[in-house]
Design a protein around this ligand. Structure first.
Ligand SMILES: Cc1cc2nc3c(=O)[nH]c(=O)nc-3n(C[C@H](O)[C@H](O)[C@H](O)COP(=O)(O)OP(=O)(O)OC[C@H]3O[C@@H](n4cnc5c(N)ncnc54)[C@H](O)[C@@H]3O)c2cc1C
Ligand SMILES: NC(=O)c1ccc[n+]([C@@H]2O[C@H](COP(=O)([O-])OP(=O)(O)OC[C@H]3O[C@@H](n4cnc5c(N)ncnc54)[C@H](OP(=O)(O)O)[C@@H]3O)[C@@H](O)[C@H]2O)c1
Length: 545
C-alpha cells in the first residue's frame, strides 16, 4: 500500500526525520508491516547527523562495524567500511545507500519541517502541520528527531553583530567546504566536535586559536588498527557480534572485565589501562574495569592515568596546565575520542586561550577580545554543541490529550516511560526519546522501531484505539532513571547529558544510564507481558454514515 502523498492527507503513520532512526522506521513500518507511512525531513536529503555535521575531521567515534544497522544480514555482508571510524562522507553514503536499497525516499517529504502536531481525541488522529502550512492526519506519530543534529547551540556573545569575518557552527559546515589556506581560525568549544576538528584545522589553516572553557579527557582513536582482514573476520562473525552487543552494558560488542579497578594491584591496573589505551577508542572506558563510571575511587585511578598521558604529550607547561582536566572525573561527560588532539598543541600555529583565566569580553569587528587582549580571526567556529534531546521536540508545537503541550509536560525536564512514550500523548512514539538507554545508537533505534512496529500490530489485533504509559509506570521509570544518573559519574559534571549546557534549560535526566542489555530486556518484556505499564484504550465504534 503506497500513500498518494499529494491527495491523501490521512496516513497510518507520520514519521519525523530521515537519520538512522527515521529511515529504519520507514523501512520497517512500510516495507515490512505494509503500513501507509509518510515521513518529513527538514533537510533536503537523508542522513540526519551525518548530513549536517560536515566539519573537517567529522567521523564516528564508535567503530563503523557496529555503528550501523543490524537488521539485514545481506546489507551487513555487502557494505564495505574503509576504516575503523568512517568519516562523515562515508557514513552519509551508507545512509544514502540504505535509502536507495530499501526504496525509502518516495515516502519522505524533504525540505519540510514539522512545525506542529496535535492529538485530536474525537478522531484519535494526530494532526501534523508542516512549516509550509500543509496538514496531514495520522493514527500514529513517530518521532525520529535525533538528540543533537537539528538544535544547534550558539551562545550569545556581546558584539557578535560587529564581527566582520566568517563564522560557522560545527554542524552547519558548508557542503562546498571552506578554503582555510592562509586563514586565522578560532574554535570555541572543546567537546567531541572541537576535539575532532582542531587537529585537522591546524593542518590546513595558517593559525588556529582554541578558546577552551573546560579541559577534557580524551582517548586516542587508533584509526589504523582496522584492516581488510579485520573486516573479513567481522563479517564472518556478525551474528555473534550483534548477540554480544545486545547483551552488553553499552550496546557494544565487548564488555567490561567484570572486576573492580580497586580489586587488582596498581601494576596490573596500569597494564590494563595501557593495553586499552594502545588499542584505542571508547573500549578504554567501557571495556575496562566494571566500576569506572560508578565508583569515584576506582575512577580516580583512570582519571590519573589519562592526566599522566596528557602530561607526557604536551610540551609547554602553561598550555599543559590549562589542558589537564582536574575539576571533574573521566566519564562524567560523554567520552571523547581523538586523533592527535593533545599533540596538536605542540604545533607553532596553534594557541590555547584558557577562558577560565582570561574570559571572553566581546566579539569585535576583527575577532574575539578576552581579558588578555584581542585575537584577530578570519573564521570563528562555534563547536558549542546542541540543545540536546528536548531541543528538537520543543522546536515543534506538540499538543497531546486535553490540550496538554509537551513544553508544559516537560517544563521541569523530560518525563517519559522507557524513552518510548510520554503520558498525555497517546499514539505518539519516540525513537530513542528522553530516558531511553544511550550507547550504540543504531542498535537502540532498531530496538525502539521494532517495539513500535510490533506494538502497532498488537493494537490492531487487540482492537485498541490508542496506547500511552500509565502515570505510575512513568513515575517509577523516572525514579529508576534518576537513581542510575545519581550513581553515575555523569552527575558529577555539567554537560548536555543533564541539560546543563544551555543557559536557562531545565536540568533533567535525559538518558537511562543503566545496563543496555538489561534495558533491552525490560523494553521487550513490557511488550511480552501485554504492554505492562501502558494503558490501552478500547476502540470506539465508528459512526455509520
Ligand atoms: C558529530 C556527531 C558525531 C556523532 N557520532 C556518534 C558515534 O560515533 N556513535 C554514536 O552512537 N552516536 C554518535 N552521534 C550521535 C548521533 O546523533 C546518532 O548516532 C545518530 O546519528 C542519530 O540518528 P537519529 O536518526 O536518531 O537522529 P538524527 O541523525 O539527528 O536525525 C534526525 C533528523 O530529524 C530531522 N528533524 C528533526 N526535527 C524535525 C522536524 N521538526 N521536522 C522535520 N525534520 C526534523 C533532522 O533534520 C534530522 O535529519 C554523533 C552525533 C554528532 C552530532
Ligand atoms: N563521533 C564523534 O566523535 C562526535 C563528534 C562530535 C559530536 N559528537 C556527539 O555530539 C555531542 C556534542 O558534541 P559537541 O562537541 O558538538 O558539543 P559539546 O560536547 O556540548 O561541547 C560544546 C563545547 O562548547 C563549549 N562552550 C559552550 N558554550 C560556550 C561558551 N559560551 N563559551 C565557551 N565555550 C562554550 C563547551 O564548554 P564547557 O565544556 O565548558 O561547557 C564545550 O567545550 C558529543 O558529546 C557526542 O555525543 C560525537
Amino acid at each position: 500500500m503506497t500513500a498518494d502523498h499529494n491527495t491523501n492527507p490521512d496516513v497510518d503513520v507520520v514519521v519525523i526525520g530521515a537519520g538512522f532512526s527515521g529511515l529504519y522506521a520507514v523501512h520497517r513500518l512500510h516495507n515490512v508491516e505494509g503500513l501507509n507511512v509518510l515521513a518529513f525531513e527538514a533537510s533536503d536529503t537523508v542522513g540526519g547527523t551525518w548530513n549536517y555535521n560536515r566539519y573537517p575531521g567529522a567521523r564516528c567515534d564508535t567503530e563503523g562495524y557496529y555503528y550501523c544497522y543490524s537488521f539485514d544480514r545481506e546489507l551487513l555482508q555487502e557494505w564495505e567500511w574503509t576504516g575503523k571510524y568512517p568519516e562523515q562522507a562515508e557514513l552519509l553514503a551508507y545512509l544514502e545507500h540504505v535509502a536507495s536499497r530499501y526504496d525509502l525516499r518516495r515516502h519522505i517529504r524533504f525540505n519540510t519541517r514539522v512545525a506542529a502536531a496535535r492529538y485530536d481525541a474525537p478522531t484519535s488522529r494526530w494532526i501534523i502541520t508542516t512549516d509550509a502550512g500543509q496538514t496531514v492526519t495520522a493514527r500514529y506519530f513517530v518521532t525520529g528527531v535525533g538528540h543533537l543534529s537539528i538544535a544547534r547551540y550558539i551562545p550569545e556573545i556581546e558584539g557578535m553583530a560587529d564581527y566582520a569575518g566568517e563564522w560557522q557552527h560545527s554542524s552547519r559546515w558548508p557542503r562546498e567546504g571552506i578554503d582555510l589556506t592562509g586563514k586565522r581560525v578560532g574554535v570555541i568549544g572543546t567537546g567531541s566536535s572541537g576535539v575532532q576538528m582542531i587537529p585537522v584545522l591546524a593542518k590546513q589553516a595558517e593559525h588556529v586559536t582554541v578558546f577552551q572553557r573546560t579541559p577534557q579527557y580524551s582517548i586516542p582513536a587508533r584509526h589504523e588498527t582496522a584492516t581488510p582482514a579485520f573486516f573479513a573476520e567481522v563479517k564472518r562473525h556478525y551474528d555473534e557480534i550483534w548477540a554480544a552487543c545486545r547483551q552488553s552494558a553499552g550496546g557494544f560488542p565487548w564488555q567490561h572485565n567484570g572486576i573492580s579497578a580497586l580489586e587488582v594491584s596498581e601494576a596490573e591496573r596500569l597494564a590494563t589501562y595501557e593495553r586499552l589505551w594502545q588499542e584505542g577508542g571508547i573500549k578504554f572506558a567501557f571495556g575496562s574495569y566494571k566500576d569506572l563510571s560508578i565508583n569515584i575511587a576506582a575512577n580516580q585511578t583512570v582519571s590519573d592515568f589519562i592526566r599522566a598521558k596528557i602530561s607526557q604529550v604536551v610540551d609547554d607547561p602553561e598550555t599543559l596546565a590549562s589542558l589537564l582536566p582536574t575539576d571533574h572525573p573521566f566519564m562524567s561527560r560523554r567520552t571523547i575520542v581523538d586523533t592527535e588532539y593533545f599533540e596538536t598543541y605542540n604545533r607553532d600555529n596553534v594557541a590555547l586561550v584558557d577562558l577560565r583565566k582570561t574570559p571572553v569580553v566581546r566579539m569585535t569587528k576583527r575577532g574575539i577580545e578576552t581579558t588578555a587582549g584581542e585575537v584577530g580571526l578570519d573564521l570563528i567556529v562555534f563547536a558549542t554543541g546542541f540543545d540536546a534531546v528536548t531541543g528538537p521536540f520543543f522546536n515543534i508545537d506538540i499538543e497531546g490529550r486535553d490540550g496538554l503541550k509537551l513544553t508544559q509536560a516537560w517544563a521541569g525536564g523530560p518525563q517519559a516511560y522507557l524513552g518510548l512514550q510520554t503520558v498525555g500523548f497517546p499514539n505518539m512514539f519516540m525513537i530513542t526519546g528522553p530516558t531511553s538507554a544511550t550507547g550504540n545508537l543504531p542498535l537502540n533505534a532498531e530496538l525502539h522501531v521494532d517495539w513500535i512496529a510490533d506494538c502497532i500490530a498488537q493494537l490492531d489485533e487487540a482492537g485498541a484505539e490508542s496506547i500511552e504509559p500509565s502515570d505510575q509506570a512513568q513515575q517509577e521509570w523516572m525514579r529508576e532513571v534518576a537513581r542510575m544518573s545519581e550513581r553515575s559519574m555523569i552527575s558529577r559534571a555539567d554537560s548536555w547529558f543533564n541539560g546543563a549546557n544551555i543557559p536557562g534549560k531545565a536540568h533533567g535526566h535525559l538518558f537511562y544510564l543503566g545496563h543496555f542489555g538489561r534495558y533491552r530486556t525490560t523494553v521487550t518484556d513490557t511488550a511480552r507481558d501485554g504492554y505492562r505499564g501502558f494503558v490501552l484504550s478500547p476502540r470506539r465504534e465508528q459512526p455509520t454514515a
